[in-house]
Design a protein around this ligand. Structure first.
Ligand code: PEP
Ligand code: MG
Length: 567
């Protein structure tokens, strides 16, 4: 029995066959020509036609096997594989001596450029043309089709790493597990996997050698992967299924055992997730990641499109808080219309609030204000990646100008945590993004699996920054006569979804916690098992621990409910 150890980033135990994500299609050389001595124009054009037809047939077959939006999307893409403009333009290149692979590559670029120029719905199809182009090139080369494989049965998806766009499109009924050789525990891919509830292990070195179809056991909590599992592993899968059902649902009101209220909110990125969050009794939305509505877009969505997307989400939470975050294009989820030129150090570059130039932020705020007027949700807006009090003040002003009543900022940069007192004077609330706060405090890229141990929100230094944020905010209001109560502080990073760490955060003085709605039952059950004084004691243990492992152990030892719930 072969065993691999990675990092568990989305809990759940599963046994299933592994299928590997094929490598991305490499651009054919600009000088590639067909062999004039060995073939003819007609034969090369026929080769292209056959490849395009094979791609179309495969896409139709996949469309047939699915339903809903995915079916429509696949059918639209299938149509593009036989697009006359694409094929005519590629055929003309072949006549000029260019190879079929290069010809369809160039023709695809031209069609994509044309669609982009048309704007609106047509511009949204740009990615589909580029996808079809890659598929035809792979077919011509005899390589597997790019993108998520479709073996026709539930499977564990294996990859070197997975882009958030790929992760976002996964169907948890088909992709029952994710296994990568790189990637960090707080990467956006891990965030997406958790929110989809797909058991996931990242950084499992050595698993790249696994053959398609081989059966493995995957434990998304411990990070263990076992090839050719036996009875023990199958029993562990069955036990997990029983434990998760025994947890019960969240009752919609987070408290400690002595009735100290801690709002438990949901992190969402799409209307479907917002629907799940409402069904899971989330007290509201603590983080709406707006960039996920527009990840595949080359052009800025119009204000009308934005407002429609936001309104669908707001409508799920009438009378309840919905904290919407303005666009946060980042290193692992670039938005082409925001990140025009590549940077050497994107995590330290023009991202989050810093990308606001050119009016994109103002237009987004206007769209949010318009959507907010159409629903009864208590809409609040926050900016990502704030580093200074001046930036916080600037953002609050923009929100006021857009007619938005409540403006907050995320604390994700250590400088913001250390300046919390000054920042608090300008905003209505703060939300601590522990994913980025950890990456920046530890100077460790959150997408690098090899740095996973540093990228741990149990790091005492990170917890100290959380504590300093809470203290800073309280100090600000003590010295401000005009203000009655300190602005509330939430945590919306993945730390909030770890039930033991959630108790620590409450002990540090955080008012609310926002997480994937799947984590709500576990976090609420564990929170309800301790009183506020105990939470404060546990916070003290974690902050003063010598390292994350010690903090985790000391706190978990004092929370016996974790063991009984199998958490
Ligand atoms: C964070 O950084 O903790 C956060 C919630 O934002 P994101 O994960 O989207 O960067
Ligand atoms: Mg962040």
């Amino acid at each position: 029995m072969t065993k691999f150890a990675g990092m568990g980033v989305s809990p759940g135990r599963i046994v299933g066959p592994v299928y590997r994500m094929p490598p991305a299609v490499v651009e054919p050389s600009a000088n590639a020509t067909w062999d004039r001595a060995g073939t003819t124009v007609e034969a090369e054009q026929a080769r292209l036609k056959d490849a395009a037809r094979a791609v179309q047939t495969e896409l139709y077959a996949r469309a047939e096997a699915t339903g809903g939006d995915a079916k429509i999307l696949l059918e639209t893409t299938a149509l593009m594989a036989a697009d006359p403009v694409l094929l005519q333009s590629a055929n003309a290149e072949i006549v000029a001596g260019v190879s079929a692979e290069r010809a369809v590559w160039e023709a695809g670029s031209q069609v994509a450029e044309m669609l982009r120029g048309l704007g609106g719905y047509m511009a949204q199809r740009t990615q589909d043309v580029l996808d079809v182009r890659s598929r035809i090139v792979a077919e011509l080369r005899g390589q597997p089709a790019p993108g998520v494989p479709a073996p026709g049965k539930p499977f564990i998806l294996a990859a070197a790493t997975l882009a958030p766009t790929d992760a976002a499109a996964l169907d948890p009924a088909v992709v029952v597990g994710i296994l990568t050789t790189s990637g960090g525990p707080q990467s956006h891919t891990a965030v997406m996997a958790r929110s989809l509830g797909i058991p996931t292990v990242v950084g499992a070195e050595g698993t790249q050698a696994l053959q398609d179809g081989v059966e493995v056991y995957l434990d998304g909590a411990s990070g263990v992967v076992i090839v050719h599992p036996g009875d023990t592993e199958r029993a562990a899968v069955a036990l997990w299924a029983r434990q998760t059902t025994s947890l019960g649902a969240f009752n919609g009101h987070g408290t400690t055992s002595d009735a100290h209220h801690v709002s438990l909110l949901a992190n969402v990125a799409t209307a479907a997730e917002a629907e799940h969050a409402a069904a899971a009794n989330a007290e509201g939305i603590g983080l709406l990641r707006t960039e996920f509505c527009f990840l595949n877009r080359d052009t800025e969505p119009s204000m009308g499109e934005q407002a429609a997307a936001y309104e669908q989400i707001f409508a799920q939470f009438p009378g309840r808080p919905v904290i919407i975050r303005t666009l946060d294009a980042s290193s692992d989820q670039p938005l082409p219309f925001l990140n025009a030129s590549p940077e050497q150090n994107p995590a330290l570059g023009t991202r989050g609030y810093r990308t606001g130039s050119g009016g994109v932020l103002e237009r987004q705020l206007e769209a949010i204000a318009a959507a907010s007027k159409e629903t009864e949700a208590d809409v609040q807006v926050m900016a990502p990646m704030i580093s200074t009090a001046a930036e916080a003040a600037g953002f609050a002003q923009l929100c006021e100008r857009a007619g938005l009543g409540s403006a907050g900022v995320m604390v994700e940069v250590p400088a913001a945590a250390l300046s919390a007192a000054a920042i608090a004077r300008h905003v209505d609330f703060l939300s601590i993004g522990t994913n980025d706060l950890t990456q920046y405090a530890m100077a460790a890229d959150r997408d690098l699996g090899s740095l996973g141990a540093l990228n741990d929100p149990w790091q005492p230094a990170v917890l100290r920054l959380v504590s300093l944020t809470v203290q800073g905010v309280r100090t600000a209001t003590e010295n401000d006569d005009a203000r009655h109560a300190p602005p509330p502080i939430s945590v919306c990073g993945e730390a909030a979804a770890d039930p033991a760490l959630a108790v620590v955060l409450v002990g540090l003085g955080v008012d609310s916690l926002s997480m994937s709605s799947r984590s709500l039952p576990a976090v609420s059950a564990v929170l309800k098992s301790v009183d506020l004084d105990t939470a404060r004691e546990l916070a003290d243990l974690a902050v003063h621990a010598s390292d994350p492992a010690e903090g985790r152990r000391l706190v978990r030892d004092r929370l016996p409910i974790l063991q009984s719930l199998g958490l």
